[in-house]
Design a protein. Structure first.
Length: 564
């Protein structure tokens, strides 16, 4: 009887569940995955040794979206067995399963560590499908913590592998992933080009849920660049497909996005009905905190648009509270830890590069030393054999020495020039701020001039307007200067921005912006002109900033910021 059971078991393992390269669990039918999971859990107790590893890995993989803790449990067992039997392929799979489990639980540093180990193993094995999957997972990890450049690097590498394999479906997924990254980076036009490529490929396979997803992403991009008719078309098309496949989770997200479009179109009744429909669907779903928070935010904007300020305020308070609960201090600490880890890795790479450059310089110096010795030997031989030319050789030697000194002097001047350049850039930034302030004052003067015009005398009005035109004949664009100013601030004050955000994470973006402007020693009036706010608002903001930084009344704010 035991022999019969064993024969049946091996038949199920190798016929019904063959070993294959890792697929994406999101590409599979949930009901089919559930049936497969039930079957695997039935035969798993009868499996032993090396034959048990692929079953454990497959169970761990199916559990990703269902129960990440189960993923970690089964993947750990698969990892131990694969290391025991020296099965590198299954070890790489177990590591990426663990990476996914910890990623779902927001343990980013642990997920990164395991993902990189899987990447190292899979690079050695050389299976392009598995390698692409690990790269894609690491790409989403960096996407979650908003390191979009690093995420883009991994997803582009994944796309190259998918193109090498010739898998059109995965190429479409990579296009969509890269589009999402560009959208988060604020380049919606570039994102749309990738979404269009993705949609064209997905339509070939008639994968409705994937088509709906890309259409939704395109609708969001069009909304962000204020092409509202296109945004409405794509979001409503996505909603129609979502209704056909009965995907309530994606439908909630689409309804929220579509309500924003109708709000921008000032169709307030439609906006409200979409928000209510979205909220009603959420009541029947689990894990909807983020959607509820987004729904509350849009509802607050809706009430504000129709002039119901009381409900707008109440909804905003609800949204703010919900947002705080989602982005808990625990998750903030994990994100900060992950960002520090990433910066440490980046600095480690920079140090390694500097060491390589230093070694190269050492080799150059060694070559120069050998060359110098050879020159001295040749010089001695020439002096011995051609005594008559000794004065000429001496002159050459003195010339070489003079050139060496000039070279050192040139290097010193270059260093001094770099320091002056940095100082100049800082002064340029301050001057730009003052320039913006002056231009804002000019606009104020222009407004007063227009208010003082005498509209009773038409001829006099023409003369006054012509005079104003001559006086204000130049064109100003404060928004562009402001953008340039803030861009220069981010470039030149990057170390200060990183330190103050790390030391005082509770500061808002406006607090940090004010801190930079105060550090640049701008006056309150200049700050008010730059930010187009009243002088009183600046003073209140400075007082609040001092309070958040726990400064005594006697402490100088500028000195404090300069020492951060």
């Amino acid at each position: 009887m035991k022999i019969l059971i064993k024969i049946i078991f091996f038949f199920l393992v190798f016929i019904c569940f063959p070993v294959y390269s890792q697929t994406n669990i999101w590409d599979e039918n949930p009901s089919e995955s559930k049936k497969e999971l039930d079957s695997l859990l039935t035969i798993l107790p009868y499996s032993t040794g090396k034959d048990k590893i692929p079953l454990l890995n497959r169970v761990a993989e199916i559990y990703w979206p269902i129960n990440p803790n189960k993923t970690i449990e089964y993947a750990n067992e698969a990892l131990n067995l694969s290391q025991k039997f020296n099965d590198k392929s299954q070890e790489g799979l177990a590591l990426i399963n663990l990476c996914q489990g910890y990623l779902f639980n927001d343990f980013y540093n642990k997920a990164l560590e395991l993902g990189l180990k899987s990447l190292e193993i899979r690079k050695k094995i050389g299976n392009d499908y598995d390698l692409a999957f690990t790269l894609r997972t690491l790409g989403w990890l960096y996407y979650d913590i908003a390191y979009f450049d690093k995420a883009l690097e991994y997803h582009i590498e994944t796309l190259k592998l998918h193109e090498k394999i010739g898998d059109k479906q995965r190429i479409a997924y990579s296009y969509n992933s890269i589009g999402l990254i560009h959208e988060r980076k604020g380049n919606c036009n570039l994102a749309l080009s990738f979404f269009k490529k993705s949609l064209a490929l997905k339509k070939e396979f008639k994968n409705k849920d994937r088509i709906a997803e890309t259409m939704k992403n395109m609708g969001i991009c069009y909304r962000k660049i204020h092409e509202l008719d296109s945004a409405k078309t794509f979001l409503e098309s996505s909603l129609e497909i979502t209704n056909q496949i009965k995907d309530d989770h994606n439908k909630v997200d689409i309804l929220n996005e579509l309500s924003i479009v109708y709000l921008m179109l000032k169709n307030y009744d439609k906006c409200y009905s979409l928000l209510k429909e979205s909220r009603l669907i959420m009541n029947g779903l689990m894990d909807t905190k983020e959607w509820i928070v987004e729904n509350d935010r849009i509802m607050s904007d809706y009430y504000l648009a129709i002039g119901d300020y009381k409900n707008a305020l109440n909804k905003y308070k609800t949204y703010d509270l919900g947002k705080s609960e989602i982005f808990s201090s625990n998750k903030s600490e994990k994100l900060a830890e992950m960002r520090i880890l990433y910066e440490a890795e980046r600095r480690k790479s920079e140090i390694k590069l500097l060491e390589q450059q230093r070694n190269l310089e050492a080799q150059k110096r060694k070559s120069l030393l050998v060359g110098s010795i050879l020159l001295v030997i040749i010089g001695i031989l020439i002096i011995v054999s051609l005594w008559n030319n000794i004065k000429k050789k001496k002159a050459i030697y003195l010339q070489s020495e003079r050139l060496s000194k000039e070279k050192l002097k040139t290097q010193s001047l270059l260093q001094e020039n770099l320091e002056h350049k940095l100082e100049f850039r800082m002064k340029e930034l301050t001057n730009l701020a003052l320039f913006i302030s002056q231009r804002t004052s000019i606009y104020g003067d222009l407004t007063k001039s227009f208010k003082s015009l005498n509209f009773t005398d038409i001829n006099q009005i023409k003369k006054d307007i012509n005079a104003l035109i001559k006086e204000y004949a130049f064109k100003l664009n404060i928004n562009e200067d402001l953008q340039k100013f803030h861009t220069n601030v981010e470039t030149l004050q990057s170390d200060f921005l990183f330190k103050i955000k790390e030391k005082y994470p509770h500061l808002t973006n406006k607090d940090v912006q004010l801190a930079v402007q105060v550090k640049l020693k701008l006056s309150s009036k200049e700050i008010s002109n730059i930010n187009n706010i009243s002088l009183n608002s600046v003073e209140i903001s400075r007082h609040r900033l001092r309070k958040k930084l726990n400064l005594d009344k006697k402490e100088n704010l500028i000195n404090f910021l300069e020492n951060i």
